[in-house]
Design a protein around this ligand. Structure first.
Ligand SMILES: NC(=O)c1ccc[n+]([C@@H]2O[C@H](COP(=O)([O-])OP(=O)(O)OC[C@H]3O[C@@H](n4cnc5c(N)ncnc54)[C@H](OP(=O)(O)O)[C@@H]3O)[C@@H](O)[C@H]2O)c1
Length: 327
């Protein structure tokens, strides 16, 4: 069973490795609902109890899937979801350009925040959401307004902890003054390390956990992605596009070799490295397959020496990966 740690200074204890459910919507290849429910339940079995979803994943379908999987096991699951990306085109929002060449539409205004909470609770089939994130800050709404409206959910007993995602250190500071923030979700892995510079030190100062999204580089760090089908969402990701996938595979070859030398899989090594960066860091790897949940869970048992950590840090220095990032 995976060890638990407090999520943020005053948070509940959750498994140090969580489970990211987004991949169950077919973004990186077809997914089957029955298998998906079984995979989420396996995550609960092994103690990856922070189940991460968002209202926008599969336009609400992902929350419904998570709701099905945790039915009858609510006490075991720590349910984390997000709101703010407009997926129902009858809703309004503000365009937010991303580094992947498309824009997202974001709404963080109080009336939308309230509406989003009711809809997520219903789809998840729960009375309370354990951790509720603003998926992105709305460029047209002060973050204070968004967080104040989110805090109403806490007061009403419908939300336990508040989180933010894809925000700057400055936005975290402003939000935290309105209501305590338990966790910030940001892309963090051996191929995306900018969080170390500014965000992570701020979170540590404020006692906020870092939940690392795409901890396997959306699959890249597992060493198993050699090409992508035409409809694979990662075609949008400049790190996979054009010649960058082959280039990045070359650059990360030494890291893959270290995993082989240690007798672990690259996925396990990538997760173990993250867990060694601090007790306040919670990776949320996604997979459609129950057996890979088990493989990934074993990363929590790997102990890396300081010499090995130094080697990995040198092999995969910040900036090694080629291609722009989402935020
Ligand atoms: N806040 C945000 O803006 C944001 C953005 C993106 C993601 N997220 C969250 O982060 C979670 C994880 O991110 P992610 O799914 O993008 O990327 P990830 O966890 O870095 O990688 C997932 C990919 O890795 C593969 N994989 C997983 N374990 C493997 C193993 N042991 N061996 C080989 N392949 C393996 C999966 O393929 P199979 O399915 O074939 O196993 C899948 O394609 C998401 O589910 C979501 O909850 C948040």
């Amino acid at each position: 069973m995976i060890e638990k740690r407090k999520l943020g200074k005053n948070g509940l204890s959750v498994g140090r490795l969580g489970y990211g459910a987004m991949v169950l919507e077919g973004y990186y290849g077809a997914s089957d609902d029955e298998q998906a429910v079984g995979t989420i339940r396996r995550a609960l079995d092994v103690g990856m109890n922070m189940i991460d979803t968002a209202d926008a994943y599969g336009s609400g379908h992902n929350e419904t899937l998570v709701g099905r999987a945790i039915a009858g096991r609510r006490q075991q699951a720590f349910v984390a979801t997000k709101f703010g990306i407009i997926f129902d085109q009858s809703e309004t929002g503000t365009d937010l350009p991303t580094g992947w060449g498309f824009s997202l539409k974001i709404n963080g205004k109080a009336p939308y925040v309230r509406k989003a909470l009711s809809a997520s609770l219903k789809r998840l089939g729960v009375d309370v959401i354990d951790l509720w994130y603003a998926h992105y800050a709305d460029p047209a709404t002060p973050i204070e307004e968004t967080v104040e409206a989110m805090a109403e959910g806490v007061t009403a007993g419908k939300v336990r902890y508040l989180g933010l995602s894809n925000v700057s250190a400055e936005q975290v500071r402003r939000a935290h003054k309105v209501h305590p923030i338990a966790a910030v979700q940001f892309e963090y892995s051996l191929w995306r390390r900018e969080a170390e510079a500014d965000l992570l030190p701020t979170l540590r100062e404020l006692g906020i956990a870092l939940v690392g999204w795409s901890p396997l580089g959306s699959g890249f760090l597992t060493g198993t992605v050699t090409s992508l089908s035409k409809d694979d969402f990662r075609q949008n990701n400049p790190r996979y596009a054009g010649g960058n996938l082959a280039l990045n595979r070359d650059r990360f070859m030494p890291f893959m070799a270290v995993a082989k030398e240690l007798g672990v899989t690259p996925a396990q090594l990538a997760l173990a490295w993250m867990l060694h960066q601090g007790q306040d860091i919670f990776p949320i790897p996604g997979t459609r397959r129950a057996e890979r949940v088990e493989e990934n869970a074993k990363a929590a048992d790997i102990r890396l020496t300081s010499e090995m950590l130094r080697r990995i840090n040198e092999l995969a220095q910040p900036g090694l990966a080629e291609g722009a990032t989402l935020v």
